[in-house]
Design a protein around this ligand. Structure first.
Ligand code: ADP
Length: 250
């Protein structure tokens, strides 16, 4: 059974409901699926619809076969899905430990064990537990944000541009950690602007244009595809692609 199965998901914002126009995707344990596409394609919106932070107008999201009530992020979290937003994903004025505790606020017991697990998973957090999150580097903050998301022991992890604003070295380190999370048995769905590098770490790729899936393939196949490389792996904006440069079918 697939850990995350999304069917014909549609939706957007109260004043712009039709951003995502019917996307299907399945992510299994061990997969690191990378969503690529031009700015404005609807990648982040799609992730928020899956996470329940926005309410879809149509479609279905299943976790381990169980349908999720749409648009209910807290319930989705309780059922095994965690989302790491691109921005404001840590509490700057709280310590690293307090941030991890916030991530585990739904836990009834086992807080200490869960914190120990994150420290074991991300050793750099160990010496920083009493440090204010606001004093961490950008890369360290992203690691903490993942630790917070993992406090509830999810089976599905959604990441929105975890390397935004990071140096190439820091981005490599984050991708390495994300790949290890997938290898450890999580189903990971990640939106990335840094598409070329992300696909090198990913197992699958999915390209979105104007709210629709236009290509889905193994990451290696995406990287080897001349058209995908030309259109998605350089810097292009949505207008160029929507004006007809892209014709391939999914
Ligand atoms: P991507 O992640 O692919 O860059 P987004 O999902 O952020 O794309 O945005 C898709 C579209 O949704 C864009 O046209 C953007 O202007 C619009 N959008 C993003 N956020 C909002 C919002 N809060 N309200 C209305 N429209 C939005």
């Amino acid at each position: 059974m697939t850990d995350l199965a999304v069917k014909t998901l549609r939706g957007g914002y109260p004043n712009a409901e039709e951003i995502v126009k019917g996307i299907d995707i399945e992510v299994a344990a061990g997969d690191l699926t990378v969503i690529i596409g031009p700015n404005g394609a609807g990648k982040s919106t799609f992730l928020k619809l899956v996470a329940g932070l926005l309410k879809p107008t149509d479609g279905e999201v299943r976790l381990q076969g169980e349908p999720l009530p749409l648009g209910n992020a807290q319930l989705a979290c309780g059922m095994g899905m965690s989302f790491v937003p691109q921005e404001r994903n840590v509490f700057s004025s709280l310590t690293v430990r307090e941030n991890l505790e916030m991530g585990g606020y739904l836990l009834r017991r086992g807080m200490k064990d869960r914190i120990d697990e994150q420290v074991w998973r991300f050793p750099l957090l160990k010496s920083k537990l009493r440090e204010k999150a606001g004093n961490l580097s950008g890369g360290q903050r992203q690691v903490l944000a993942m630790g917070i998301a993992l406090m509830t022991n999810p089976s599905v992890l959604l990441l929105d541009e975890p390397t935004a604003g990071l140096s190439p070295n820091a981005a490599d380190e984050i991708f390495e950690l994300v790949r290890n999370l997938a290898k450890s048995g999580l189903a990971v769905l990640m939106v990335e602007q840094n598409a070329l590098l992300a696909l090198e770490y990913g197992t699958k790729g999915l390209a979105l244009v104007a709210g629709r899936k236009v290509r889905e393939a193994a990451a290696a196949a995406m990287l080897a595809d001349d058209e995908v490389r030309h259109l998605f792996l350089g810097r292009r904006d949505a207008n160029q692609i929507q004006k007809g440069e892209y014709h391939a079918q999914a």
